[in-house]
Design a protein around this ligand. Structure first.
Ligand SMILES: O=c1ccn([C@@H]2O[C@H](COP(=O)(O)O)[C@@H](O)[C@H]2O)c(=O)[nH]1
Length: 274
């Protein structure tokens, strides 16, 4: 998918919501456990109930790896279901990969070619040769961790190196890599105070913003400086949407949570146009 197609979807739906498909078998409605593939059945119900309210889905790969081969099969079925039934939706493999060049190429092949995701999250710690193999794929997007939502982000990412915080060095350096047209960044919603500085360095890039909902990040605070001309934000909520209820009506309860977020986004976008 091209960035333009993603932007058009945002405009049509008046939404920049990304729903995180972080399926934990201990949290899903019990009646699904009797089905052959509870993870896929859960995802399918959530997707069918919310696809018109969001522009992206983000399965975090850990939640599938945790269930071994069965989990990988559920992930594969989920991405195929999305690509066949809702091809307009942007898909994110939240895998946080990063390794030497030839290994990175294999990771990129796995997520972009075999599984046909539109994007994958990548950790920047190993530098240029660990990121560029992902950037080499046309119409696929690499989402580099810049400033993460967790408390541990302050261990390294905000540490000063030659007068600059490390996350700013990551942003600046990565802009010099080859094929950066489809480079996006992860910035946590819990780090709203940093968006003004981040936008000075990457004014045009899309930012994937996890941390709204269960982690306490505030949508409006993020939007104050995070929005750009093309909206430029994908706001993720996982637990806040998908675990709205553990009853049989779980999907419609998830839809209610997605509606709340979408309406807040629509209001923000309308206000911006005044
Ligand atoms: O900085 C980061 C990077 C990734 N994540 C991931 O996003 C979701 C957030 O889930 P919630 O349930 O909405 O808190 C999850 O998959 C994280 O691993 C993040 O939270 N922060």
């Amino acid at each position: 998918m091209t960035t333009q197609q993603l932007y058009e979807q945002i405009q049509q739906k008046k939404s920049f919501l990304c729903i995180g498909l972080d399926v934990d078998l201990s949290k899903i409605p019990k009646h699904l456990l009797a089905t052959e593939d509870p993870i896929f059945e859960f995802n399918k119900a959530i997707i069918d109930a919310t696809h018109d309210l969001c522009v992206a889905y983000k399965p975090n790969i850990a939640f599938y790896e945790a269930y071994g081969i069965k989990g990988w099969k559920s992930l594969d079925k989920t991405i195929k279901y999305l690509n066949v039934n809702y091809p307009e939706i942007f898909t994110i493999a939240d895998a946080k990969r990063g390794d030497i060049g030839n290994t990175a190429s294999m990771y990129a092949q796995a997520f972009f070619e075999d599984m046909q995701f539109d994007s994958v999250t990548v950790a920047p710690y190993m530098g240029k040769d660990s990121v560029e193999p992902f950037l080499a794929f046309q119409n696929k997007h690499t989402i580099l961790l810049a400033l993460t939502s967790n408390e541990g982000a302050f261990d390294f990412q905000t540490q000063m190196i030659n007068g600059k915080p490390l996350y700013q060095i990551v942003l600046e350096k990565s802009k010099q890599y080859k094929n950066t047209d489809n480079l996006m960044y992860v910035v946590g919603a819990t780090k709203a105070d940093y968006f003004e500085e981040i936008r000075k360095i990457v004014p045009d890039s899309f930012l994937l913003v996890p941390g709204v909902g269960a982690q306490g990040g505030d949508l409006k605070e993020v939007c104050k400086y995070g929005l750009n001309k093309q909206v430029g934000l994908l706001i993720n909520s996982s637990r806040g949407v998908i675990y709205a209820s553990d009853k049989e009506c779980f999907a419609s309860e998830s839809r209610k949570q997605a509606v709340i977020l979408q309406q807040e986004m629509e209001e923000i976008l309308n206000q911006r146009m005044l």
